[in-house]
Design a protein around this ligand. Sequence first.
Ligand code: NAP
Length: 263
Amino acid sequence: MSEWKNKTALITGASYGIGESFAQRLASSGTNLILTARSRERLEELASRLRNQYSVQVTVIGADLAATTGAREIFEETERQNLPVDLLINNAGFGALGEFASLSLPRQLEMIQVNVSALVELTHLYLQPMKARRAGAILNVASTASFQAIPYFAVYAATKAFVLSFSEALAEECDPFGIRVLALCPGSTSTNFQEVAGSQRINAPRFRQTAEQVVDVGLAALAQGRSHVISGVANKVQTQLERAIPRKLVTKMAGKIFKPQPN
Ligand SMILES: NC(=O)c1ccc[n+]([C@@H]2O[C@H](COP(=O)([O-])OP(=O)(O)OC[C@H]3O[C@@H](n4cnc5c(N)ncnc54)[C@H](OP(=O)(O)O)[C@@H]3O)[C@@H](O)[C@H]2O)c1
């Protein structure tokens, strides 16, 4: 991880969970940070803690990636402050459990905006200067949900399938420029995600990984130049097994697990 010492990483969704853990891990190895999310106050507290603990430079940019202007605002602010981004971590994201037709349409479109459109826009914006420098890396947080359709989590799983496919394609395109792209695919992880998605019931906390475990897997895979990595042995085995089973059956099984139970 020392390759990021004295470099700058921009982390979206840095206020909680996996993003906050990325901030902690990278700061502890001397990486300067740009932290962004909507919860500005929380980011300021994290920034001040990391500055004191690790003597790194930390910049906070409050932005809502559900707004179509959010990604550009972040980019323009880093340009204005003359902050180069060596490592872009597109981590912000959320899910919503429920039957597609019954869930709020604006909420699901917001999910596509945050999980997909903002990620694509930030990647496009920061790739230009990385290409000019012929250096840099992009780590996109996908999910084990990237590998199969999930009834009652339909839009979320589709956004994460996009992130995986997009990242793997981009890894190949960017290789000649010395830029690495990785899709990090965590399984269930102990963060606010389940509460936000309304999916607490699906995985008992004892089967969840910690955000720190996920971050370590992601940073190690990035260092190895991989284009995707699944975090956790059980998640890897599950993903492999699913490949041997007809897709329709995998979808049916996922639907049984994710179908919301009547209260
Ligand atoms: N936890 C899991 O089980 C799991 C499994 C696989 C993949 N993932 C993925 O991991 C990533 C991080 O999630 P997490 O588990 O750490 O969940 P989390 O604890 O809920 O954190 C989500 C982060 O995304 C930010 N965010 C959400 N909506 C946003 C918006 N409109 N604009 C800007 N930032 C926004 C949140 O910040 P604010 O609320 O302050 O804006 C927060 O920092 C997501 O992409 C998620 O899909 C999670």
